[in-house]
Design a protein around this ligand. Structure first.
Ligand SMILES: C[S@@+](CC[C@H](N)C(=O)[O-])C[C@H]1O[C@@H](n2cnc3c(N)ncnc32)[C@H](O)[C@@H]1O
Length: 459
């Protein structure tokens, strides 16, 4: 990587001094590959895929594993089934932080800059029972990808919004924890993303810093007094990292929180604040910065209340669906435009109120559509981590058939015509089909289908 901007290498020299050559050397090497398991569906130890070699643990995240080689992820049905997420390992330190911050009580969390969903899937897995995650992405095309990734992750306590940070101003003190994984100059991604190198300039870095301040100013009031604010970037320069954290401290008197950890390869941020720097010559991962602040308890102002603005008439679920869901007493069941969806009952009013202020593009888990009193099962139900598999008619398929299903091709089945069949691979649901007697009407969403040719397939 000889074409790094000289202003960038000079900056890195100021930061790293004698370590600079080691840092620049490692940028010439291939980036490590790591995945994080969705343990609600797959356990790291319980699964082996021939394409995955040399799995080694990520020290700060028990669900994270390094692979020795980058497999062709598109051709792995476990990925499409939401069994794991491909995420670089430094970012997984968020998991370690959450373990120290969350005390088992239900919380409302906002992931403000969430696409494509790396940190949101991690949060969705780690939040205590009864919690709610609002996962937001301002850019519409990226919000579509976020929605796909979160539906595949298969939880019911997530709401996806597509809003500008300023739209959250109405939600005063609504969240216990806010994560801003900010858009940044991306210096930590240079090894993986050549565009980030081309876009880098001192001017762009300053634009990023101003945008970060704007985003944080827009969202700060939405955090409850005493709530946690997690700020992260994938860049090295202190202007977008320590200086931003200092600015938050000065502007709102927030407290910098120390995260105790035993990993000497993680570099401490510039004092006096607490922050965690990840350099690729020291950790097996990409460049990353993360810091936690706690909002002053005394921050005034009345909190936003989720008003009960409607009388929800309890929906009687068709029996065929009750049999597929976990304890329905814990769920709010809504029927919106003939779509039946489920949410945690304890968050129903809050979600309803969110809908009055924000552009909600998906919520909970959409399980079915009612068409002339007939149930049409929807794809998110097949991917729902708590789907009662024992009450599903299932077809556990081999790799080739799974990939044909994911390409939305017809596959052979032997069930009675008209039966709904869950296609599973390695025990995890991929999608629904309806038997036509000897073959399957494939209900896999067109927009998610694998478009690449399968090995051995003729053109
Ligand atoms: C670093 S990425 C987020 C990565 C994500 N948290 C993850 O772990 O997969 C930053 C995100 O902020 C979004 N973004 C860009 N401009 C923004 C703005 N002005 N306000 C809020 N978000 C913005 C980008 O579209 C991008 O998806």
């Amino acid at each position: 990587m000889n074409n790094l901007p000289s202003a960038f290498t000079q900056r890195m020299h100021r930061l790293l001094q004698t370590e600079t050559d080691r840092f620049l050397d490692v940028l010439q090497k291939a980036a490590p590959v790591s995945i994080r398991f969705n343990t609600a569906k797959l356990a790291p130890a319980g699964v082996r895929c021939s394409a995955w070699e040399g799995m080694r643990p990520v020290k700060w995240c028990p669900e994270g594993l390094y692979l020795d080689k980058r497999p062709l992820f598109t051709l792995d049905p476990y990925l499409h089934g939401g069994g794991y997420y491909v995420q670089e390992a430094s970012s997984m330190f968020l998991s370690y932080i959450l373990k120290q911050l969350l005390k088992g009580e239900a919380v409302r969390v906002l992931d403000l800059c969430a696409a494509p969903g790396g940190k949101s899937t991690l949060l969705a897995s780690q939040l205590p029972d009864g919690s709610l995650l609002v996962s937001n992405e301002v850019i519409r095309s990226r919000a579509v990808i976020l929605k796909e990734n979160l539906i595949k992750w298969g939880r019911d306590h997530v709401v996806i919004t597509q809003n500008d940070p300023a739209d959250f101003k109405k939600l005063n003190q609504a969240f216990d924890l806010i994560l801003v994984d900010a858009p940044c100059s991306g210096e930590g991604m240079f090894r993986k993303d050549r565009e980030a190198i081309e876009e880098w300039s001192e001017a762009n870095l300053h634009l990023c810093r101003e945008r970060q301040k704007r985003i944080i100013s827009d969202i700060w009031d939405s955090l409850k007094p005493g709530g946690y604010f997690i700020y992260s970037t994938c860049t090295y320069n202190p202007e977008e990292n320590e200086r931003i954290v200092e600015w938050i401290q000065e502007k709102w008197g927030a407290e910098s929180i120390k995260i105790e950890h035993p990993f000497p390869e993680i570099t401490a941020a510039e004092t006096p604040l607490y922050g965690y720097r990840f350099y690729p010559h020291k950790v097996e991962g990409e460049g990353f910065f993360i810091s936690v602040l706690r909002k002053n308890e005394a921050s005034g102002g009345g909190g936003w209340k989720a008003k009960k603005t409607r009388l929800s008439s309890p929906l009687r679920l068709p029996e065929e669906l009750t049999a597929l869901l976990p304890d329905v007493a814990t769920l709010a069941i809504r029927n919106e435009d003939s779509r039946i969806l489920i949410l945690p009952a304890s968050q129903d009013d809050f979600v309803y109120a969110l809908q009055q202020s924000l552009r909600v593009i998906y919520k909970g888990c959409e399980v079915a559509e009612l068409i002339h009193q007939k149930v049409k099962r929807l794809p998110p139900l097949a991917l729902y981590a708590r789907l009662n598999l024992s009450n599903c008619l299932r077809d556990e398929v081999d790799l080739e058939t799974a990939l044909r299903f994911l390409k939305k091709e017809e596959i052979p089945v032997s069930a009675k015509a008209g039966e709904w069949i869950l296609i599973t691979y390695g025990g995890i649901g991929l999608g629904w089909g309806k038997s036509l007697g000897n073959r399957l009407n494939n209900y896999y969403p067109k927009e998610w289908r694998i478009r690449m040719e399968l090995p051995g397939e003729k053109i």
